[in-house]
Design a protein around this ligand. Structure first.
Ligand code: HEM
Length: 420
């Protein structure tokens, strides 16, 4: 499985006649309007398109809803261990996507029985989180964060709120004894590890995240408590400290980053779309609809890397070679016009692929916990600051330079100052 296939990929070479049109999955145009790019790719290539990742590394972007469902539910054909990739000989150790694509001994890259063992520990540990307690804690955390900027009449909501709240909630449920400054640094390191922005060092940021989690695991071995970390350490599966560290990084990164962008994208929708404008304040139904609409049309984890073909196979009419990388185009699949010609985004319809699908999907009960955090965050903000509006024109909002995440770089807002 670790063998490297030295043969050049059919669309790796520049100017290759077979696929001269492989499109870079990066760049300003892509960040600002990925749906345009997906539409174009679908029109030109169908459900599976040749793309280039950072450094012109070839991969397939799976854009079709049936195709993403098929790939994620056939582990025997499309597996999760990235060491299968036939491109590793072209990838430098400081490759910006390395933190979450380079193989780690974590749940993310395990397969079969070993995956079930690790995923079971996470499911059990997360099931111990009381959802009512979590909602109450999130409300308190939200109130505290809002109080820190309410008197000024303005706030940059991504950093001051959308990122801060899920991180504090995750730190709390995992039993991390960290202060506010360390928690803020953890948020920043997770952002850098996913964005691959000019001047950032994602690999170094990911290493710093790992060091913090190591310290947490050492602490909880000595002083267990009623938290996710302690439940993972005492689970009968007997995870080693290293396995626990790796899986906790997955849990914390997954809890913070997509949930923060779910909150941010929902606030943007509520503040910019007139369908929601009339009854935003206190309009609980609208908040629920906005949260669900975002999962369909502006999903936080827009792409997920990925799966690797176990053998030569076919997908969407494409010849896929053993070891090829498939990027799960979750955002593209959610808007697949073959399946959803129109009006599929109803409050009752939750058949989107935003939490992925199959063996490696976002594990139960993580989506429920994320919903509690995001819903409480949005509702509390709108209740406390009912006349909140954007401080800039909607077109001035910019998106993160991330292939993984669909999230705003900033969300500046103004409101009537609230004196405590
Ligand atoms: C409390 C919040 C959350 C926690 C604790 C959490 C936890 C996790 C974990 C541990 C995994 C790895 C599963 C595995 O490989 O077996 C995962 C995967 C994933 N999660 Fe979550 N998650 C959370 C929120 C979210 C949100 C809000 C989204 C997006 C809306 C999301 C989307 C995903 C996706 C797309 C995957 C990838 C699955 C794949 O490889 O197919 N998660 N999550």
């Amino acid at each position: 499985m670790t063998d490297i296939d030295p043969a050049p990929h059919p669309f790796a070479a520049p100017g290759c006649p077979a696929h001269p049109d492989a499109v870079p999955l990066a760049g300003l145009e892509y960040q600002q309007s990925p749906s345009e790019l997906y539409r174009g790719l679908r029109g030109e290539h169908g459900a599976v398109a040749p793309v280039l990742l950072d450094g012109a590394i070839p991969a397939w972007l799976v854009l079709g809803y049936p195709e993403v469902s098929y790939v994620t539910s056939h582990d025997e054909l499309f597996a999760r261990d990235s060491r299968r990739w036939n491109q590793w000989d072209r990838i430098p150790p400081d490759w910006p996507l390395m933190p979450y694509v380079g193989h780690q001994p974590s749940v993310l890259f395990t397969e079969g029985e070993e995956h079930r063992r690790r995923a079971d520990v996470i499911t059990q540990a997360l099931s111990g989180v009381d959802q009512f307690e979590l909602a109450r804690d999130c409300r308190l955390l939200a109130d505290r964060l809002i109080a820190s900027f309410a008197g000024s009449g303005r706030a940059e909501l991504m950093s001051a709120y959308a990122h801060a709240l899920p991180m504090r909630a995750a730190v709390r449920v995992c039993g991390m004894p960290h202060g506010a400054a360390e928690t803020t640094q953890l948020v920043e390191d997770l952002r850098i590890s996913l964005d691959a922005a000019e001047g950032d060092d994602p690999v170094a940021a990911y290493t710093r995240v790992g060091e913090r989690i190591h310290a947490l695991v050492r602490h909880k071995r000595e002083r267990p408590g009623p938290d996710v970390t302690s439940r993972m350490l005492t689970h009968p599966a007997g995870l080693t400290d290293e396995e626990t560290v790796q899986d906790l990084i997955s849990v914390i990164a997954a809890a913070q980053q997509p949930t923060a962008n779910w909150i941010g994208n929902t606030l943007r929708l509520l503040l910019t779309d007139e369908r929601f404008a009339l009854n935003v304040s206190g309009g609980r139904l609208s908040v629920g609809e906005a949260l669900n609409e975002v999962l369909w049309l502006d999903t936080p984890t827009q792409n997920f890397i990925g799966r690797w073909a176990v053998n030569d196979t076919q997908l969407g009419g494409r010849q896929i070679r053993a070891g090829d990388c498939l990027v799960l185009g979750l955002a593209a699949a959610n808007t697949d016009p073959q399946l959803w010609p129109e009006a599929h985004v109803g409050a009752e319809n939750s058949a989107h692929l935003s939490f992925s699908n199959g063996e490696h999907r976002c594990p139960y009960p993580a989506p429920l916990l994320a919903d509690v955090i995001a819903r409480t965050a949005v509702e509390t903000l709108l209740e406390r600051l009912p006349d909140l509006v954007l401080a800039v024109e909607p077109e001035a909002l910019t998106w993160r330079p991330s292939i993984w995440m669909r999230g705003l770089t900033a969300l500046p807002a103004v409101f009537t100052p609230v004196v405590a």
